[in-house]
Structures are given as C-alpha cells and as structure tokens.
Design a protein around this ligand. Structure first.
Ligand code: F6P
Length: 373
C-alpha cells in the first residue's frame, strides 16, 4: 500500500503523563501503528512521562511492541504525575523538595534524539505542560485522558467509561449485601473535583443518595432521607459519594499532600466522614467501601478502546498535517483537533442544569441538598 506523504516529520516521541487510565495502551498503539503504516514515521517511546524527557530515558517503539496491547490496562511506557520539566522536583534530605526549570534540557534531549514532534497523552497537568512546550517551540499534539472526565474541550475523555463500569459493578455487589444486612452502605468513588463518575455510576447502580462536589450536601437531609426510606420498608440505603463531595459550608476532605505533584492534593475520606455521621444520627449500621485505584486498573471497556483508538489515530493525523499545539477531542460524533489551550483553560464540572441530575431526581435520587421522593 502506498504511504501517505508526511509533512517533513520523520520521527516522533510519545509519552503518557499523570495518573494511569484504561485505554492508554490503546492510544499508544493507534499512534504508533498509524505513524508506521500510514506515514512511515518512526516512533520513540518516552518513559515515565516528562521524566523520560529530562532524564533521556526513551527507546524505539516498533510495530511489534504495540501489537497485542489494545486490551491491556496501565501504560507500557510508564507514567509519572510528579515530573514537570518546568518545575522539576528534587527530594533532598529531611523531605525537603527543591524545584528547578529543566525544560530547555528536555527540549535539547528531544532534538538530540531527532524527534520532530511529540504526542503527549494525559490529563490537565500533562496537557498544560505540553502547551508550555509548544509555546517554547516544540511541535506538540495532545490526547486527553482521565477517568474523572473533567477536561473541557472534549465531550468525554477515554478511561471514564471503564471507571463508570467498574464503579457500577461494585455498587451492584454492594446492593445485595446491603439488602441482606439492612445496612446503609457508602461507596466512595474517585473523580477529583468533579462529580461525573459518582453521578454516572450512581445512576447506573441505582444509588439512593449521590453526593457530588457540585451540590454541597446537608447531613441532616441525608439522614432524614435514609430514615424516610426505612419508614417505607426499605431497610437499606446505598450512598454513592464522590471523593470531592463536601458539606454545605464545609471543606474538601484531603487524604494526603504529594508535594512534588502538579496538583499536590489527594482527596479521600469523605465517605467515612459521612458514614460516621449517619450511624451516629440514625443508629443504623453504616459501612464504607472506598473503590480507589480499582477504578483505574485493568482492561478498558469496548467503548474506551474505540475512543482511545480514534484519539490516537487523530493525534497522528494532526502531527502529519503539521497541526501542532492541538489536541484530539470528541465533539458530537466527530473526533477532531482543537487548540490545546481550550482543553486546559478550565476544569469541566457537572453543571447545575445537567439533565442527568434532573433525571436522577425524577426517579427519587437524593443529592443531599433536599429530600428526594
Ligand atoms: O485523576 C485521576 C485520579 O484517579 C483521581 O480520580 C484521583 O483523585 C487521583 O487521580 C488519585 O491520584 P493518585 O493516583 O496520585 O493517588
């Protein structure tokens, strides 16, 4: 088959940054296969996100290396959510961390390796760094990933569908044990500062109460709701709580600070806080399950495999057409390039008028702000 003509690009680098996410390998595979099959372009895999650029840890990514990885979770390239070349962290004695700008060094490494362009697969942190490199003259194209689905610019990110499926299956399983023991069961899900994951999994799993960051909750409302259900003979309740949920007038519950990370805050613990208060106020035995990284691990769903493949293919097309400083994005049915800045401009939260919230309320779901039906 005749090769398409490339726009002077002979070799590209690919990296995955930030937290891992189901579908990363599917993107790497699509970028690499499109580069090799359609354009005869060589691909170099950069290891552990931007750390590989600074530390010059990279190697050829041949066709065989990406063959068979479509269904695999994680990333064959490794990742890092701590390595920002513009603020490169070094941990010194007694936990002291110093930061230096090593972006020029990282660019020099790419040039020495003969990389004409870079495909950066990541969330807001990775894509912001990619945008900064683009401003410094590197030819960069982005691919949006995150299970949180909180990136503006694209209708949806890959990884989200898988995380929703995993959380939904967990809620289904919690349901049967909750019913058997007449307990309140709290399921804490990820999502950072956005409630997409809790909202979707909560609806799919038939959660009775869904708490999301965008709708601050009142614990008394939640307790009244649980008791009203008991009064109707429903002696159990399922609460799906986003890790970023907070009480009206209250604060986020922070689990730890990772000083070297782009966003040092790691959320976690709100599920336990809500559960303790429910048990204390209602006297009903209340248990907590924190799903954690299970939501990010393992094989992507069919939908995520397809989206990741479309994103990877689109990213390579953008490279071949010289459309740098862009990112592959899903808009309606179409995957196309949009300016990188658009993706990182602001976080995408669940809007107050989200039709899914209205739908959930119509089937009696309580969001902790007012009693459901
Ligand atoms: O952004 C993806 C995500 O899994 C969030 O949902 C979560 O808050 C965070 O990453 C956890 O990060 P880490 O793996 O560094 O603990």
């Amino acid at each position: 088959m005749a090769k398409k003509r490339s726009t002077g690009v002979h070799r590209i680098g690919v990296l995955t940054g930030g937290g891992d996410c189901p579908g990363l390998n599917a993107v790497i595979r699509a970028v690499t296969k499109t580069a090799i099959l359609d354009y005869g372009i060589e691909v170099v895999g950069i290891h552990d996100g931007f750390a590989g650029m600074v530390e010059d840890s990279m190697g050829p990514l041949r066709y065989d290396a990406v063959s068979g990885i479509l269904t695999q979770g994680g990333t064959i390239l490794g990742t890092s959510n701590r390595a920002n070349p513009f603020r490169y962290a070094r941990e010194e004695a007694k936990g002291r961390v110093t930061f230096t700008d090593r972006s020029d060094e990282a660019i020099r490494r790419c040039r020495e390796r003969g990389l004409d362009a870079l495909v950066c697969i990541g969330g807001d942190g990775t894509l912001s760094i990619a945008a900064q490199f683009h401003q410094k003259g590197l030819a960069v194209v982005g691919v949006p990933k995150t299970i949180d689905n909180d990136l503006s610019g694209t209708d949806v990110t890959f990884g989200f569908d898988t995380a929703v499926s995993i959380a939904t299956e967990a809620i289904d399983r919690i349901h049967t044990t909750a019913m058997s023991h007449h307990r309140v069961m709290v399921v804490e899900v990820m999502g950072r500062y956005a409630g997409w994951l809790a909202l979707h999994a909560g609806i799919a799993g038939g959660g009775d109460v869904i708490l999301i960051p965008e709708i601050p909750y009142e614990i008394d409302v939640v307790c009244d709701f649980v008791q009203a259900r008991s009064g109707r003979g429903k002696r159990f309740s399922i609460l799906v709580v986003a890790e970023g949920a907070k009480a009206k007038g209250g604060d986020l519950v922070v689990q730890r600070l990772v000083k070297t990370s782009h966003d040092p805050i790691r959320l976690g613990g709100v599920g336990q806080a809500v559960a303790s208060q429910i048990e204390e106020k209602t006297g009903v035995e209340t248990r907590v399950t924190v799903l954690g990284h299970i939501q990010r691990g393992g094989s992507p769903t069919a939908r995520d495999r397809i989206l990741a493949t479309r994103f990877g293919h689109c990213a390579m097309e953008l490279v071949a057409r010289g459309r740098f400083g862009t990112m592959a994005a899903l808009k309606g049915d179409e995957v196309k390039g949009i300016p990188l800045e658009e993706a990182v401009r602001q976080q995408r939260n669940v809007p107050p008028d989200c039709p899914l919230i209205a739908t959930a309320r119509s089937v009696g779901t309580c969001f902790g702000d007012r009693l459901g039906r």
